[in-house]
Design a binder for this molecule. Structure first.
Ligand code: MN
Length: 292
């Protein structure tokens, strides 16, 4: 099933070019009091909700997909985990291009480990990417995203896919420069997830998916996830050897070669076979003070 969060926290099932509004099933979620359990409540209860969503489909109001504003399908991850340089050809381009490596050595994922992006950077495609007003190169990184379904720790690769709720397309947007990855990859809107969540039963093998990214209709990135250095099971094993993973945690699996800059006015489209295509407008932050 393809589940989307749309028009300010409605829950939808995507059926071709329509969205069935199944928000009524959310009434069955437990009501919570402080302190909230870690993780995303929708994802944590997905096994229980899926049969209810199936039953609700017939009578659910339908809307055209094109008229729906899509938010991140995961609302409350405890962390967004990134995999640095996880495709060999991306390592090679990063080593060769000083605008990418900014004078640093480029080593491999077993040297760097994983990194975390701020949860406040997470948006869906409707929000668009808003570049911070920094005189820097801002790059797109199209990636396969894995959404964890259950609490787990020390998961062996051989069992890892059982702990997956589903998959999405992700943009791991990046400011080029000398600062730590957690700073350069965490401005607001620098983690885009969507266009929806495809449940794990629809993806037979996350290691056999075509991935592509275009800017303004021109090809930038194209690969297949079989070229991942650490594949999805190994990334879950690696991440869960350090962190307890909670429902809704997101692993961005790394980007292939072809990373490049975007500027205000650009349109990024990123797609993965069996999942869908994200379409994101790029604009520039105006720097106004924002408080509640
Ligand atoms: Mn990345």
């Amino acid at each position: 099933m393809r589940l989307c969060r749309f028009n300010h926290d409605r829950l939808g099932a995507v059926l071709g070019d329509t969205v069935a509004d199944v928000s009524a099933v959310l009434e069955t979620l437990p009501s919570l009091r402080w302190p909230l359990p870690p993780g995303d409540m929708l994802i944590a209860n997905l096994e229980h909700l899926l049969p209810l969503i199936e039953r609700a489909l017939d009578r659910a109001p339908r809307r055209p997909l094109s008229g729906c504003a899509l938010d991140s399908p995961v609302a409350n991850p405890t962390k967004i985990i990134g995999a640095p340089v996880n495709y060999q050809k991306h390592i090679e381009e990063a080593r060769a291009d000083r605008q990418i490596n900014v004078g640093n050595d480029v080593r491999t994922i077993d040297y760097y480990g994983l990194f975390l992006k701020a949860n406040s950077s997470l948006v869906g495609q409707a929000a668009g990417v808003i570049l911070p007003s920094m005189d820097r190169r801002h790059d797109h990184e199209g990636e396969l995203a894995v959404v964890i379904g259950q609490v787990c720790r020390n998961v062996p690769a051989s069992q890892a896919l059982q702990y997956v709720a589903g998959y999405s397309v992700a943009l791991d947007m990046t400011v080029r420069g000398s600062e730590d990855r957690s700073f350069r990859k965490s401005p607001d809107t620098y983690s885009v997830l969507g266009p929806w969540l495809v449940t794990r039963d629809e993806i037979a093998d996350p290691g056999q998916l075509d991935l592509w990214l275009q800017v303004n209709g021109a090809d930038r990135q194209r690969t297949n996830t079989r070229h991942l250095i650490y594949d999805v099971p190994r990334l879950i094993e690696y991440a869960s050897s350090q962190y307890t993973l909670h429902p809704g945690d997101i692993i961005m699996t790394g980007t292939p070669e072809g990373v490049g800059p975007v500027i205000p006015g650009d349109v990024i489209e990123a797609g993965i076979s069996g999942i869908g295509t994200l379409r994101v407008d790029v604009s520039e932050q105006r720097g106004e003070l924002r408080t509640k």
